[in-house]
Design a protein around this ligand. Structure first.
Ligand SMILES: [Cu+2]
Length: 123
């Protein structure tokens, strides 16, 4: 009887872990809003990046808008290493970063200290 209970508890725990990872993964990707011939995805910067992954459509001119709501030095800069970009987010409420969408790919971004990470997926 005890063994059955232990097995059930174990199964419930495994189910919770799977659900947690799967649920979190689904909630992460943000979609871009298409305005005319341009698409914009918004990332809120507040104790991290929300969402931390945004998806842009390939072939449509696109940008990511960073909405600054954080006052810590940690997140004050946004760095796109592959694009050679390092922008100060504290000068204005929102900062727009143009993303090349001519081919599918991923662009990683991080805070100035490389502690918080996110990415833009072009597909
Ligand atoms: Cu940082």
């Amino acid at each position: 009887m005890v063994e059955v209970l232990v097995a059930i508890v174990g199964l419930v725990l495994i189910a919770l872990i799977v659900w947690w990872f799967f649920g979190k993964h689904q909630a992460q990707a943000g979609k871009a809003v298409i305005e005319g011939d341009h698409q914009v995805a918004t990332v809120v910067v507040n104790g991290g990046y929300s969402p931390s992954t945004v998806v842009l459509k390939k072939g449509v001119s696109g940008s990511v808008k960073f909405e600054m709501r954080d006052s810590t030095a940690c997140l004050s800069h946004i760095v796109f290493e592959q694009l050679g970009l390092n922008k100060d987010l504290t000068k204005q409420p929102t900062t727009t970063v143009e993303i090349p969408t001519d081919q599918a790919g991923e662009f990683n971004f991080a805070c100035g200290m490389d502690m918080f990470h996110g990415k833009v997926i072009v597909k």
